[in-house]
Ligand binder design. Structure first.
Ligand code: 5GP
Length: 203
């Protein structure tokens, strides 16, 4: 495996998807891991672009079949990362970006620690997050309340991440995000370092 991993976590509505969309336009050796979910498709989303949308029953069958690198229940829905496409992208030497929650980060980190960089993105305050979720107009008030509650719990785990970006101004946040993407791209696994040491001694 030659690739590297960048995990993004943070509350829904903090701007992760917009940042990733910008970066994908700029770099060609990045693979964005499209998760599978049982949640309803939102207006403006597309199958195979934002997520793969499947039923709860199908998701549970895929868990049984061992098709997920990691999966979690977030806001009463299942979300998971398929193992096969991530492995392929890593084998092709790509930087794989995951937009997953804190539970997913913990699992992926256990498996890929030496090639993984993690970034937590959030809004400047909980009030601003609420305004953005309401302003987005894609979720009912009940769903927004659940997301806000979940975000409070997620914030508690910010300390587990390498970097923090507070998305106050999109252009500034994007500029910082580019640096983090560049740095995570350069993370190399232990085996490659050992190989380099051997070559260095012997040449
Ligand atoms: P949303 O419904 O707003 O698209 O996503 C809700 C939450 O689920 C976000 O925190 C997002 O990072 C997380 N999420 C999306 N895909 C995955 C996944 O494959 N695995 C895990 N563990 N979390 C995910």
């Amino acid at each position: 495996m030659l690739g590297a991993i960048l995990v993004l976590s943070g509350p829904s509505g903090c701007g992760k998807s917009s940042l990733v969309n910008e970066i994908l336009k700029e770099y060609h050796d990045i693979y964005f891991s499209i998760s599978t979910t049982t949640r309803e498709i939102r207006e403006g989303e597309e199958e195979g672009v934002n997520y793969h949308y499947i039923s709860k029953k199908q998701f549970e069958e895929e868990i049984e079949a061992g098709l997920f690198l990691e999966w979690a229940k977030v806001h009463d829905n299942y979300y998971g990362t398929s193992l096969k496409s991530v492995k392929k992208a890593l084998d092709e030497g790509k930087l794989v970006i995951f937009d997953i929650d804190v539970q997913g980060h913990e699992i992926v980190k256990e498996k890929f620690n030496d090639i993984l960089t993690s970034l937590f993105i959030t809004t400047p305050s909980s009030e601003i997050l609420k305004q953005r979720l309401v302003g987005r107009g894609t979720d009912s008030l009940e769903v927004i309340e659940k997301r806000l509650l979940n975000s409070r719990q997620e914030m508690q785990r910010l300390g587990e991440y390498d970097f923090l970006l507070v998305n106050d101004n999109f252009e500034e946040t994007l500029a910082m995000f580019r640096f983090i993407v560049g740095a995570s791209r350069m993370k190399i696994d232990k085996k490659s370092k050992d190989n380099f040491i051997n070559t260095w001694y012997n040449t």
